[in-house]
Design a protein around this ligand. Structure first.
Ligand code: ARG
Length: 229
């Protein structure tokens, strides 16, 4: 960003943790793809600025924003009060929530309470990890990505995974993970936002572009591409 905050000075380097389909993932040829990727590209086009993605660990995104090495982060990131102390969020762009996944033949686990004393696999630094930490006597195993946490459950090395429902449901539906089901009600209602450094001069342009894409139907087209009509 130029010293005067001129957004045309782009490109915006946008951080993402790319193992979270259908929001962000890497195709066989290594290209980033997903709902977040398409949305961020469209925002860049609408705002007239180039977008360059940088893959980072999920728990490295906020530090990178604080250090100013990236201009934004789009990563299925839930807007939370805690994160809002250190970064600014765009307007919400997606409604999600946490779900419990267990082995397909588990008929005992139906809620957070029934996870007491169990082993719960989560992705490090996520709202799911935080929720798992509230379960009495649970052993929480942390992984660098949600697919790795789900694999641990599929292998029988964990009793449950707490993860964003849309991501877990996608992993089951696409066959990326076997022998796993979602149980009970959603544990939370969460809204994703695009994070920017505190007081970024680009936040307003980002929000304006996002609002225009919602208004002109582009957001819907991208939504339908990744989630069906
Ligand atoms: N929504 C959850 C959070 O903000 C999980 C996001 C994980 N995103 C990812 N790209 N791995 O903590």
């Amino acid at each position: 960003t130029a010293p005067n905050g001129d957004i045309s000075a782009g490109p915006w380097v946008v951080g993402t943790e790319p193992a979270f389909p259908p929001f962000e993932s890497q195709s066989d040829s290594g290209e980033l793809e997903g709902f977040d990727i398409d949305l961020m590209q469209a925002i860049g086009e609408q705002a007239g600025v180039d977008v360059e993605f940088e893959s980072l660990p999920f728990d490295g995104l906020i530090p990178a924003l604080q250090a100013g090495t990236i201009e934004a982060a789009i990563s299925g990131m839930t807007i939370t009060e805690e994160r809002s102390q250190t970064v600014d969020f765009s307007r919400p762009y997606f409604r999600a929530g946490l779900a419990i996944a267990v082995a397909a033949d588990d008929s005992e686990t139906t809620s957070l309470e029934t996870l007491e004393g169990k082993t719960i696999a989560v992705q490090i630094g996520t709202t799911g990890a935080k929720m798992a930490g509230t379960v009495k006597d649970a052993k929480v195993s942390t992984f660098d990505s949600a697919p790795l946490a789900l694999q641990e459950l599929s292998n029988g090395n964990a009793d449950a995974v707490i993860n964003d429902a849309p991501a877990t449901l996608d992993a089951i539906a696409t066959g990326n993970i076997d022998g796993v089901k979602v149980v009970g009600e959603l544990l939370t209602e969460e809204f994703y936002g695009i994070a920017m450094p505190k007081d970024s001069p680009n936040l307003e342009a980002l929000n304006t572009a996002l609002a225009e894409l919602i208004e002109n139907g582009t957001y819907n087209t991208i939504y339908e591409k990744w989630f069906g009509a």
